[in-house]
Design a protein around this ligand. Structure first.
Ligand SMILES: [Fe+2]
Length: 425
């Protein structure tokens, strides 16, 4: 964004100023507005509350109004370009504005243009060292309220840093995440010490510590993803169990059909298992029964025509109920809708036949029927395993997809073992 100085400014000068602003913006990073000749970054997001008590009144030189909700801003003063780059990368990951200075003089110019919330100051610098600059800042009423973190490669500097008035001390090499924690606390007025954060020996190189930090972040992120996935699985498992209690009074049916269907899928089309929604669809296949009256679900005798019609709506009800759940989009939702379709087209709800029925639904139909036949019902005892197997063979090309029945033949002994394992569950 260029500011016109007046009519006498030539177009070349304007272009040069615009270029300078562009490069300054690129150098400053994303999400910033840079004013040509002033280098005043402004952020729209607020990350941390700013401490009114610690802020000295100061006149903002920027013509732009600084909103109350601006992001945290720090000034890094160090003459080591490698460390500056590492710190800048760390802080900008969390959207903190970073101003850099390679000397006390440059820092003073930055301060005059843009007041930071925290100053991070290296001790070893040419001309004016960090401790002397810290004392000068603390002696000046304009800057005495600014929190300062001193960085040093020497333990001796700790006492001197405290005597110079710094709020915190970090010995190099240090973890950028540790510095980040201190800066956030100082900016929020929450830092209560200890004055020196790191007391243990840290023999690693700065880059190695940075790599450790990245690994810590990745592990945290991975752990959170695992927790989220586990919580989701447990939630839908509990949901399926609650539904089944309403239907059959036990959670074993869900466990068995999921295992059967997974084995059949693995034998017929393993790539289908890459769709994470598939197994959830197996588990929640009868979720629509939540809308079916208990008097129908638990009726000991055969259903009337009207009751059967109502019962059949559980496929549509389930698909509608979960239509907006992002994690179920895909084959999982298809299983819920289509698990009562028949290969010959006489099933429900859509009267689809053959390959028109989603493969997950065709697979699940075999798993569901197998378990229905081999389980006790209020109105009949379970059929022997062999009877159920024979019935599935008979229904090949009629109720069931012949390819799924072939896959069933190949894994049937395994399914019988699963049946035995989960019979007492
Ligand atoms: Fe069903």
């Amino acid at each position: 964004m260029a500011q016109s100085k007046g009519a006498e400014e030539t177009s070349e000068e304007l272009f040069a100023r615009a270029d300078a602003a562009l490069y300054a913006a690129k150098d400053a990073g994303r999400n910033r507005i840079v004013v040509a000749g002033q280098h005043a970054p402004v952020r729209a997001r607020r990350l941390f509350p700013l401490t009114a008590a610690k802020q000295e009144p100061v006149v903002q030189p920027s013509p732009m109004p600084v909103p109350d909700t601006r992001a945290l801003r720090i000034l890094l003063v160090d003459d080591d370009p490698g460390l500056l780059m590492l710190l800048r990368t760390t802080f900008e990951i969390v959207d903190i504005n970073v101003e850099e200075a390679r000397s006390a003089a440059e820092a003073q110019a930055r301060l005059a243009a843009n007041r930071p919330d925290v100053i991070v100051l290296d001790v070893a610098m040419p001309v004016v060292d960090g401790l002397a600059y810290c004392r000068a800042l603390k002696a000046d009423p304009e800057t005495s309220g600014l929190p300062i973190v001193i960085l040093s490669g020497s333990d001796h500097s700790e006492d001197e840093a405290m005597a110079a008035g710094a709020e915190a001390f970090l010995r190099k090499p240090f973890s950028p995440l540790d510095l980040l924690a201190i800066v956030e606390q100082l900016a929020g007025g929450l830092f209560e010490g200890p004055f020196r954060l790191m007391t243990e020996e840290r023999p690693e190189e700065q880059l190695l510590l940075y790599a450790h930090d990245l690994r810590r972040l990745l592990e945290l992120e991975r752990g959170q993803r695992y927790l989220l996935k586990t919580a989701y699985k447990e939630t839908i498992g509990a949901f399926a169990g609650a539904l089944e209690a309403k239907d059959f009074g036990t959670g074993a049916h869900s466990k068995r059909v999921v295992r059967y269907a997974r084995e059949l899928t693995s034998a017929l089309e393993p790539s289908l298992l890459e769709d994470p929604s598939l197994e959830d669809g197996f588990l929640l296949h009868d979720v629509g029964k939540i809308g079916i009256p208990d008097s129908i679900l638990q009726k000991p005798g055969p259903l009337t025509r009207e009751e059967r019609r109502l019962m059949r709506t559980h496929t549509l009800l389930g698909a509608q109920l979960l239509a907006d759940v992002p994690l179920l989009q895909g084959e999982g939702l298809s299983v819920i809708r289509s698990h009562h379709e028949r290969w010959d087209g006489s099933g429900y709800p859509d009267l689809r036949g053959g390959d028109e029925i989603p493969l997950g639904g065709r697979i699940f139909a075999v798993a569901d029927s197998l378990d229905a036949m081999t389980s006790d019902r209020p109105y009949r005892a379970a059929y022997p395993w062999e009877t159920a197997v024979a019935e599935i063979h008979i229904q090949s090309g009629r109720q069931f997809d012949p390819d799924v029945v072939d896959a069933f033949r190949s894994v049937e002994p395994k399914l019988q073992r699963i049946h035995g394992e989960l019979a007492a569950a």
